[in-house]
Design a binder for this molecule. Structure first.
Ligand SMILES: [Zn+2]
Length: 246
C-alpha cells in the first residue's frame, strides 16, 4: 500500500468517526435546561421590610477579621416571618404542623406564577378566575409589590396586594399544595380576622410569603422553597428558587 492509499483509508476512518460522533451528539442532545432563578428577598436590616409588631432584624459580627480578629463570626436575630419565609399550619391552627413538619412534597415541585395587575390590591375569587390557575399544583402571585420593589424597601407598606378569603377558599378546595405571594403577608393588612391564613393553613397548605419575583415573569416553573428547619415553630425564613419549565 502506498503512503497515499494509507492516508486515504485513514481519512475515510476519521470521516466515519466524525459522522458517528455527530450522530451520538444528536442522540444525546436534550432540550436546554433553564437556569435556576433566585426568588428570595435578600435579608438586610437596612432594606428588608418588617411587618408591624414583628421582631426587628439584627445581623452583627461578634468577631470580624476586618477588625483584626482571628476569624469572622456572626449572630443573627430576626422574626420567624422575616423576608422570604414559610408560614406553616401551626401559625394559625393550634394543632397544625410546625415548619419542620411541612413535607418536602409541598415545598418542591411545579408552580405557576400569575401576574396580577398593579391596580389590584385584593386578589379575590373574581380576580383569581380571570387567570388560568386551575390545575396548577402551586400558585404564586406576582403583584404590585414586585413592581414597587417593596420587598427591598425597609418601609412597611399597608397597601400590598393580598389574597382575599374567597380566593383562598377556591385554592384550598382545588387542592393546591402551596400558595405564595410577593410581600410579607398574604392577608389584607388590618383584616378583621385572618381568614385567608386559616383557610389555607387549615387545609395544611403552607404559604410562602415575601417572595422576590422581580426576575420571574408569569409562567410555569419548578419551585424549590426550603425553610430553615426549626423544630416546633410556626414559620421560618426560606430560600426560594425557580426554574422555567420547558
Ligand atoms: Zn408569615
Amino acid at each position: 500500500m502506498t503512503i497515499k492509499a494509507l492516508s486515504c483509508q485513514l481519512s475515510a476512518v476519521s470521516a466515519t468517526l466524525v459522522a458517528l460522533a455527530t450522530v451520538a451528539c444528536q442522540v444525546r442532545a436534550e432540550p436546554p435546561v433553564a437556569e435556576w432563578i433566585d426568588a428570595t428577598a435578600t435579608l438586610d436590616s437596612t432594606t428588608t421590610p418588617v411587618y408591624e409588631g414583628n421582631a426587628p432584624l439584627s445581623f452583627t459580627f461578634i468577631l470580624d477579621m476586618r477588625r483584626g480578629d482571628p476569624l469572622t463570626l456572626s449572630a443573627f436575630s430576626l422574626g420567624a416571618h422575616s423576608g422570604t419565609h414559610i408560614d406553616a399550619p401551626q401559625h394559625f391552627i393550634a394543632d397544625g404542623a410546625s415548619v419542620d413538619q411541612v413535607p418536602l412534597s409541598e415545598l418542591v415541585g411545579p408552580a405557576r406564577v400569575i401576574q396580577i395587575p398593579d391596580s389590584v390590591q385584593a386578589i379575590d375569587a373574581a380576580e383569581l378566575n380571570r387567570h388560568v390557575w386551575k390545575g396548577a399544583e402551586r400558585v404564586l402571585f406576582r403583584t404590585r409589590s414586585t413592581s414597587g420593589h417593596w420587598m427591598s424597601s425597609a418601609v412597611f407598606r399597608h397597601d400590598f396586594a393580598y389574597i382575599a378569603p374567597d380566593a383562598a377558599q377556591l385554592l384550598a378546595d382545588a387542592g393546591v399544595k402551596l400558595v405564595g405571594i410577593d410581600y410579607i403577608s398574604a392577608e389584607q393588612f388590618g383584616a378583621p380576622a385572618p381568614r385567608t391564613h386559616r383557610t389555607l393553613l387549615g387545609k395544611g397548605i403552607p404559604i410562602v410569603e415575601g417572595l422576590d419575583l422581580s426576575d420571574v415573569p408569569a409562567g410555569d416553573y419548578d419551585l424549590v422553597v426550603l425553610p430553615i428547619k426549626v423544630r416546633g415553630h410556626e414559620g421560618a425564613p426560606a430560600r426560594a428558587i425557580v426554574r422555567k419549565r420547558t
